[in-house]
Design a protein around this ligand. Structure first.
Ligand code: AMP
Length: 283
């Protein structure tokens, strides 16, 4: 497995692979890898002959008061992790390599970016769309793998690929959880041991909502109030939102019918965590 830091090095390698008829699976990440990322690398390994992982803490997607400076990183650990899972190439650029001083172009999207996480994180998805677009141009993947944990991000990337007629298949992969249910996240490392215990309440609320919908509840208000009541049992949890939206357009809905997305954002202490469930079919 190689690790490279320049756009030129990646392009040279992928051009060679393309000439040799290889297919490229791509997993964009911000590093500090865990089994959630691992599941994407494994899926990419299964469906493609070459796997590229990018590790880049993208400054464009962080707001001024967010955790850019404290975001966890350990490139040697990540390198080992990727190698174990059979990745072929890590792209680990500096911010200057990605965004030189004369960088002026951004990819923006309306509607899908204006709800949910977009409300309290203005500019976040502009940063995500810009970096993913640039990474796609560098890596030229046949398929790119994203986690359903970041459900709004996944919907936005699919929309961008479709709107801009990009030549890549976007594959969504299931949420990987800790044993107690907490969705794996690099940001979980911010939690103190007390906060880590309290964070269990998020997946409890998700599972409660999911059970309610599975048992036939279609009333959005009932699902939201039940999930909020679960979260309110934990004094350390501060709800940013619990929403029920159309699974494709992310528009608010009043009656649950597949596909529906039920996303939540919750603060545990200073750490903002997200989780969701998706209603794909109703019995
Ligand atoms: P990040 O490094 O947090 O930007 O995440 C990189 C990719 O890994 C994104 O597509 C995330 O949705 C995905 N991911 C992060 N955590 C999980 C998880 N617990 N399960 C599945 N995918 C995940």
């Amino acid at each position: 497995m190689q690790m490279v830091t320049t756009i030129k090095q990646v392009k040279e390698q992928v051009n060679q692979w393309k000439n040799e008829g290889e297919t490229i699976g791509f997993v964009p990440t911000m590093g500090y890898l865990h089994e959630g990322h691992g599941s994407l690398i494994t899926a990419a390994r299964e469906h493609n002959t070459k796997v590229v992982v990018s590790i880049f803490i993208n400054p464009l997607q962080f707001g001024p008061n967010e955790d850019l400076d404290s975001y966890p990183h350990d490139i040697e650990r990540d390198r080992h992790f990727c190698e174990e899972l059979g990745a072929d190439l890590i792209f680990h650029p500096t911010p200057e390599e990605m965004y030189p001083q004369d960088f002026f172009t951004y990819v923006d999207m309306s509607v899908l970016t204006e709800e949910l996480c977009g409300i309290n994180r203005p500019g976040h998805f502009r940063g995500v769309c810009t970096v993913v677009n640039k990474l796609f141009n560098i890596v030229q993947p046949n398929r790119a793998y994203f986690g359903k944990k970041d459900a709004q991000q996944l919907a936005i990337i699919k929309q961008m690929v479709n709107d801009l007629s990009m030549n890549v298949e976007v594959v969504g992969c299931p949420i990987v959880r800790e044993e107690d249910g907490l969705a794996k996240s690099s940001r979980n490392t911010y939690l103190s041991s007390e906060e880590r215990k309290a964070a269990q309440i998020i997946s409890k609320a998700i599972f409660t909502g999911e059970e309610l919908v599975k048992s036939g509840e279609t009333n959005v208000g009932k699902v939201i109030s039940t999930m909020k009541a679960t979260l309110e049992n934990e004094p350390m949890a501060k709800i940013e939102y619990v929403k029920v939206v159309d699974g494709l357009t992310l528009a608010p809905i009043t009656t649950i019918k597949a596909p529906t997305l039920v996303p939540v954002a919750v603060y545990i202490g200073k750490t903002r965590l997200i989780d969701n469930f998706f209603v794909e079919g109703l019995s």
